[in-house]
Design a protein around this ligand. Structure first.
Ligand code: FE
Ligand code: CA
Length: 514
């Protein structure tokens, strides 16, 4: 690859850390600013999906992020973006650097798989385009395969911009986690509604341009940007990145066919463009490889699931749909992902087997007393799927399974039983459902409705309908989860408190109140 002398000079300046905008003026003259004007790093930066010798670093150039035409103020041609990874926050020890091409087909987003780094180490990264320098982010590689380190995780989901301020993202960033797991509903597709705490722009997101606009507005939020700068993220999606309640090739209210698949393709493209994902997750039309496994030394394996793309249709939760929910042919993962999950759970040598996924896994009867009522969209509507996963866990003696879940807009801490119908059945694992960043608004300490049904679900140990996130600390002997809550999100600046804490000891399944 030939590089012009001017570009080489400006690159060397970058490498030396001479990055003041004053130095940029002459670079702008030589390299040129191929967009109208302005800082293109309005959407922040991110890193994600770390492995022992590397991590993905991400940014997207968008000097006019709210332009609404899907281009973010960029021209319809490729633009070079320099990147650096350093072992110190001042970039005195740059260990990897290069130049990526930001192309219009990908909304001028870049995803760089930086390799050749040391395992289990902290790094800093930043970008430059023309004379503009991005903020710096902190990231981390996964530990080496044989290491048994400790890990501090933060787990978030469901960040409806319209419902409140992203204080939970800010508090999560302040925790200084090693890794953030994001379990879906990063955006919501809806148009603005009366009574929204914050107004979203544009129509219901359904086309590539409108999804790009939605991500752009969300990513302008400084609290969200801080959460990405703090740590690498491992993301999956749920329904609202595409459309409420979609399932495989069927949209909301059963709308299907080519129109829905075109929408899914646009949604996946925009999701990929705005997330720090590896090349393996580049969408191919309406298909995207999102389920994947990440290892954190011998401490934890993260089995990241996709319970939307391959699932059987939704059904209803009332007794009249019981036969559908119990149909053994139904699956929430699809057969291939299920096999991949069970094989991975059995073969991983890690202490903690983490299912990072979207919707409630545990048995949850939502009707008080002898009547029953289940969700038609979570694992309670795919009973045979849950049966096969739990049987696989029991039969293959899977070590310490912990399910981490989004979607429900409430905290739940629950044990998983070999057979939920049998009160004497042993506990085989646990699930933490991690409320929402904002979705549902301020909330309350307990859901009136759910507290009434806790006697119907004795394996559920805690419930809260406040906003917040999960903080998990793991070592080789103990898993601890703090269920973090904020008293309000309808105005900025809420403090964070711990509503409850639970520990799990290696080799003895079940939650203990800490
Ligand atoms: Fe949600
Ligand atoms: Ca009941």
């Amino acid at each position: 690859m030939a590089r012009s002398r001017a570009a080489a000079v400006s690159r060397r300046t970058f490498l030396l850390g001479g990055l003041a905008v004053a130095a940029g003026a002459s670079q702008a003259a030589t390299v040129g600013v191929p967009w109208g004007a302005g800082d293109p790093f309005t959407l922040g930066i991110a890193s994600g999906d770390p492995w022992p010798t590397g991590v993905v670093v991400w940014t997207r150039l968008a000097p006019e992020p709210l332009a609404g035409d899907g281009r973010g103020g960029m021209p319809s041609r490729a633009v070079p973006v320099d990147w650096q990874v350093a072992s110190d926050a001042n970039f005195r020890r740059v260990v990897r650097s290069g130049t990526a091409r930001a192309v219009p087909e990908r909304a001028h987003a870049v995803h760089i798989e930086v390799d050749g780094l040391a395992p289990g180490a902290e790094y800093f990264y930043r970008f430059r385009a023309g004379p503009y320098l991005s903020p710096a982010g902190r990231t981390r590689t996964a530990p080496s395969p044989l290491a048994t380190p400790t890990a501090r995780l933060a787990v978030g989901s469901c960040a409806n911009y319209a419902n409140g301020w992203y204080t939970a993202y800010r508090r999560l960033a302040d925790e200084d986690p090693d890794l953030v797991l994001f379990l879906g509903d990063y955006i919501y597709e809806y148009a603005a509604n009366p009574g929204d705490v914050r107004k979203v722009l544009g129509p219901v997101a359904s086309t590539l341009d409108s999804y790009r606009l939605r991500y752009s507005q969300y990513k302008l939020d400084p609290d969200l940007q801080a959460a990405h700068r703090a740590a690498p993220w491992v993301v999956t999606l749920d329904d609202h990145e595409v459309q409420n309640d979609w399932a495989a090739d069927v949209g909301e209210h059963g709308s299907g066919g080519p129109a829905f698949l075109a929408r899914r393709a646009a949604a996946f493209e925009a999701f990929y463009e705005h997330m720090p994902l590896r090349r393996a997750s580049v969408p191919a039309g309406p298909d995207m490889q999102l389920y994947r496994r990440l290892d954190w030394g011998r401490l934890a394996s993260f089995h990241v699931l996709d319970t939307r793309q391959y699932r059987s249709r939704l059904t209803c939760g009332s007794p009249r749909c019981e036969r559908v929910r119990d149909d053994p042919r139904r699956s929430i993962t699809g057969a291939e992902q299920e096999r991949w999950l069970l094989d991975g759970l059995a073969s991983s040598p890690a202490t903690w087997q983490v299912l990072a996924q979207q919707v409630i896994f545990t048995y949850l009867d939502r009707a008080a007393g002898p009547a029953t009522d289940f969700s038609g969209g979570d694992w309670n509507a795919y009973v045979a799927s849950r049966r096969r996963v739990i049987d696989g866990i029991v039969r293959r003696r899977v070590r310490n399974p912990v399910v981490l879940t989004g979607d429900a807009h409430q905290h739940l801490a629950s044990d998983l039983k070999a057979d939920f119908a049998d009160p004497d059945s042993p506990v085989v694992g646990s699930e933490f459902v991690g409320t929402s960043i904002t979705s549902g608004g301020d909330g309350s300490d307990h859901s009136e409705r759910l507290s009434k049904v806790l006697p119907d679900n004795p394996h559920v140990k805690f419930q809260s309908s406040r906003r917040g996130y999960l903080r998990c600390h793991l070592d080789g002997a103990t898993w601890r989860t703090d269920l973090c809550v904020l008293p309000y999100v309808s105005r900025p600046g809420a403090p964070v408190e711990t509503a409850a804490s639970f520990v799990i000891e290696d080799g003895s399944p079940g939650l203990q109140r800490a």
